[in-house]
Ligand binder design. Structure first.
Ligand code: GDP
Length: 486
């Protein structure tokens, strides 16, 4: 139940939203959310987007840029003083000078770009673009708002006991067994279970498991809450009726779970999410495909949760004033440069299938949805390489220092040609329970499993590139903001 303070907060946000809209009449502003689970590619995408817009890059499918109608695009002070600024300059420096990937997103950040452009008829106009980069894990917390601690415990423990997670859930499940909900509340016990739970969630996220659905989001992405007591809770085995006894460990956990919802989840939703106009959701499908069917199924459930978030808040009176106004959502499969061009459309088709299935289940709200296979920064180039007497499509890149494949450790300088294999032509084959399932990206090759997980360094010479090499960044921009530049 939302309390009085929540209602006041809701009213404040509703007023802010109305104010946003009023200013929008004279100085149109578009708030674009960039989200996705950790390492999906948010930081790289946001950096590449800002670079493309502010450096007058030629971007064929992004019509306003291609036609030379963007007079200027400048970084300006952001509207919300309390939110950290997206560290665009530092990220560019890391990419250029160190030829390394910058630090990933761990909390919400903002950046404002003021665009001046000419309409196709030649009239000069302004558009303010506010970018809001935030962890997708936080979005997956929204379903928790409607959940009791008992339901949360039941669902989380069912997931932890599923075969796909069994290999990493052991220590956490042992901690649950050793710390019964009815024992006397104790900070040491709470901390022990919570830390085992956090370690288990982190282990689910590693490359070989690549699980996606791991709430509560702040356990993996604590933002400013690192080490805070708000995160010292965990699901426990509760009696069938879900009741906790006053003074027990279960009751202590339940109270903290409720505090997490009201002090962390609700404010994020109201202050950031509900104010977005458009949204790009970055999805690292390739990692899920590489890790296998269980990771793919998990990713599907996470997409369900993300789509459901776009409907949240429509049920109460006050929320009709500020309900998520997201009118366009683009799902983007990132790191498409790990595949040969011939597979980009197939990657898009797989994502489209995933989103369509989730949309049907979520009975989603009617925002315009689209999908794209994207590499915000292209780290590879394509080549034909002769192998076993055949010419084959390969991608060539420089693996990061310390990366290993086929027993070889890369030094960060040498290039390697990888045969990424083809994605299935028919995306249904991935989902059909009677089908063969997905067998991997290059399953004929015994070393392929290693190569599939290789991380490449960013390309050299980013400083001089306009645009930075990419795949379909222009199409992405056209969908997200093209119609606002006419
Ligand atoms: P975030 O956690 O969503 O902010 O993820 P990042 O944007 O930091 O990306 C995580 C990692 O994915 C990076 O360090 C890169 O290794 C890789 N990555 C992201 N985008 C791309 C891309 O367009 N191409 C390639 N090759 N790798 C990418």
């Amino acid at each position: 139940m939302a309390g009085f303070a929540d209602a006041l907060d809701d009213a404040r946000i509703a007023l802010m939203t109305l104010a946003d809209r009023a200013t929008g009449l004279t100085n149109p502003t578009l708030r674009l959310g960039v989200t996705g689970l950790s390492r999906a590619g948010k930081t790289i995408f946001t950096t590449a987007l800002v670079h493309a817009l502010t450096q007058s890059s030629r971007l064929p499918v992004f019509e306003a840029a291609q036609a030379g109608r963007i007079a200027h695009a400048r970084l300006e002070p952001q509207p919300d003083d309390a939110v950290p600024r997206f560290a665009y300059e530092a990220h560019m420096e890391t990419l250029e000078k160190a030829r390394a990937w910058p630090e990933s997103t761990t909390r919400v950040s903002e950046l404002r770009i003021a665009l001046r452009y000419a309409t196709p008829r030649g009239a000069l106009r302004n558009l303010t673009l506010d970018l809001v980069d935030y962890p997708g894990e936080w979005l997956l917390d929204l379903p928790l708002l409607d959940m009791s601690y008992a339901e949360f415990s039941r669902q989380s423990l069912a997931l932890a006991r599923a075969p796909a997670r069994a290999a990493v859930a052991g220590p956490y499940l042992a901690a649950v067994a050793a710390n019964k909900a009815e024992t006397v509340a104790d900070e040491g016990r709470a901390r022990e279970v919570a830390s085992q739970f956090t370690a288990y969630l982190a282990a689910c996220r590693t490359e070989t498991l690549a699980m996606s659905l791991l709430p509560p989001g702040r356990f993996l992405m604590p933002g400013d809450l690192e080490g805070s007591p708000a995160l010292t809770f965990a699901p426990l085995d509760l009696p069938a009726d879900g009741a906790t006894r006053p003074g027990s460990l279960g009751a202590m956990m339940e109270r903290r779970f409720e505090a997490y919802k009201s002090a962390v989840v609700r404010p994020f939703f109201r202050n950031h999410f509900a104010r977005l106009d458009r949204q790009i959701v970055l999805v690292d499908i390739l990692s899920a495909l590489n890790a296998g069917p269980a990771a793919l199924a998990d990713l599907e459930r996470a997409l369900d949760g993300i789509l459901a978030a776009f409907r949240t808040g429509q049920n109460t009176l006050i929320s009709t004033l500020f309900r998520p106004r997201v009118e366009k959502v683009l799902f983007a499969a990132t790191k498409a440069d790990h595949l040969h061009r011939s597979s980009h459309d197939r990657l898009e088709a797989i994502l489209a299938k995933l989103v369509e299935r989730a949309r049907l289940r979520a009975r989603e709200s009617g925002a315009a949805l689209d999908v794209v296979a994207l590499a915000a920064i292209r780290a590879t180039r394509e080549a034909r390489v002769r192998r076993n007497g055949h010419d084959m499509d390969a991608i060539v890149g420089t693996p990061e220092k310390g990366q290993m494949a086929g027993g070889h450790v890369f030094d960060g300088e040498e290039e390697v040609a990888v045969f990424p294999g083809d994605l299935p032509q028919d995306p249904d084959s991935l989902f059909d329970p009677a089908g063969t399932g997905f067998r991997g990206l290059a399953s004929d090759d015994p070393d392929a499993a290693d190569f599939r997980f290789l991380r490449f360094r960013p390309p050299a010479g980013i400083g001089e590139s306009r645009p930075i090499p990419h795949i379909r960044l222009d199409r992405t921009l056209q969908f997200l903001i093209g119609d606002r530049l006419v």
